[in-house]
Design a protein around this ligand. Sequence first.
Ligand code: FE
Length: 348
Amino acid sequence: MSRFIKQALVAASAGLLTTLASAQASELNLYSARHYQTDEALYSQFTKATGIKINRVDADDAGILARLKAEGSASPADVILLVDAARLGKGQADGLFRPIKSALLEAAVPAALRAATGPEGVAWFGLSTRARVVVYDKARVKREDVDTYEELAEPKNRGRICLRSGSHPYNLSLFGSMLEHLGQAKMETWLQGLQANLARAPKGGDTDQIRAVASGECAVAISNSYYIARLMRSNQAQDQALMSKVEVVFPNQQSWGTHLNIAGAAVARHSKNPQAAIQFIEYLASPQAQTYFADGNNEWPVVASVRTANPALQAMSGGAFKAETVPVAQVAAHQARVQQMLDRIGFR
Ligand code: FE
């Protein structure tokens, strides 16, 4: 055999092997808005158990939704991880997800923490929860003046409040919850009161609002619970100093409960591996994964039987708190209406 033919045969069989391997290869492309190192260990456990490799693409939530739209049917995405029901609801409304049929997930994830079940399946499932709470300057503010969302709009809190943009999904969801509880007219009055009480024009993220309370620029802020837990667990001296000045309150404990939101998962509309994608999301709802997944970002698991012992979350909430029971999907469905209200009153 000539050297040339030998080489050609070697190359051909190598090519054949590659083809066989890729036909069998189980890989999942994950578009994730979660960028936590703890998630990495979680994915490698899944690979070890199933042989399915996870290729992760990190981007922020808005970036992921834009990318899915731009890629269309050519998208390699299989599983989408996003934070806040407002964003999951947006992806659903834009037709970017493929409905999931999974008895396991429907049993594990409470109905209030996932999209409504249609004949085709469920558009997305929450996998961890976070609370939208109030942080205040304990030297300047009385707890009883800020322990309900309604009071944040009252004249007694004039010039005190710092907030990230009203159009940010975290606030669209909180305001959607207020719309649900108060109704259109009262909600708009509330929003105007809140706007009148702002210490400065909305800017930055939740952590920036907590810092502004500690520095005295404002006295009250609204933040997702995990940002506070992150600062509480920080070993940086400046974070410790910051947290010594502020107090946290879970609003509306005497009425409908504190606004709860989720981080969750969906299967991409054009996934080539929808079964493996569901398998991965089911894995994220398993007890071990739930603990890891939620605790990695200082959140709570969605699976009721799973208990975590996060010291910061324990300390912040006093162990337990009353959360609102309105389905997060219902809250998310209000976002377009809420945005119209924000535009109408010029709330940034
Ligand atoms: Fe966040």
